[in-house]
Design a protein around this ligand. Structure first.
Ligand code: RB5
Length: 157
C-alpha cells in the first residue's frame, strides 16, 4: 500500500497524486489531513507516514513538503526508513533498485511540481521499480550499522 501525507505546502500536490493513484487502482492511505498550518510541522508528518510504512514491508511512502528536503531529513532519522528526494524518473528508479528506498519525498514548491505529469512520472517510476539486491545489500547493511550507532566514536563499519 502507498502511504501518503504532506504538510500545508503539499496539500494540493497530494490531492493530485491521490487522483493519480485512484485512477491507476493503486491502493493508498492518506494519513494527513491538516488544515491548521501551525500544527503540521514536517517532522510530525514524517513520523506519521513512516510509522505506517513500517507496519508492512510491502508498503511505500510518499512524503511531501515544500522542498522535499526537510521531510526527507526527518524520515531518515527513523530506523528502517530509507527516504529519497527525487526530482526525476531516473532518481526514482535508482533509489528503488539500489537503495531499496521505502519513502519517496517530493517538493511541492519546486518548479517541476508545477506540471503534474512530471510528478506522476516520478511516482510511477518509484512504485514500479524493484530493489536489485546483490552488491547493494552489503551497502544497505552498512547503512543499518550506521543506524545502530549512538555516535560515530569507536565504531567501524
Ligand atoms: C514549510 O514552510 C517548509 O519549510 C517545509 O514545507 C519544507 O520545505 C521544509 O523543508
Amino acid at each position: 500500500m502507498i502511504i501518503i501525507g504532506s504538510d500545508h505546502t503539499g496539500i494540493e500536490l497530494k490531492k493530485k497524486i491521490i487522483d493519480y493513484l485512484y485512477d491507476n487502482q493503486i491502493e493508498y492511505a492518506d494519513v494527513t489531513n491538516y488544515s491548521n498550518q501551525d500544527g503540521d510541522d514536517y517532522p510530525d508528518i514524517a513520523f506519521t507516514i513512516c510509522s505506517k510504512v513500517l507496519e508492512n514491508t510491502s508498503n511505500l511512502g510518499i512524503a511531501i513538503c515544500g522542498t522535499g528536503i526537510g521531510i526527507s531529513i526527518a524520515c531518515n532519522k527513523i530506523r528502517g526508513i530509507r527516504a529519497a528526494v527525487c526530482t526525476d524518473r531516473y532518481m526514482a528508479e535508482m533509489t528503488r533498485s539500489d537503495n531499496n528506498a521505502n519513502v519517496l519525498c517530493l517538493g511541492a514548491r519546486l518548479n517541476i511540481a508545477k506540471n503534474i505529469s512530471n510528478i506522476e512520472e516520478i511516482v510511477e517510476a518509484f512504485i514500479h521499480s524493484f530493489y536489485n539486491g546483490g552488491r547493494h545489500e552489503r551497502r544497505l547493511n552498512k547503512i543499518k550499522k550506521l543506524e545502530e550507532m549512538n555516535n560515530g566514536e569507536g565504531n567501524k563499519i
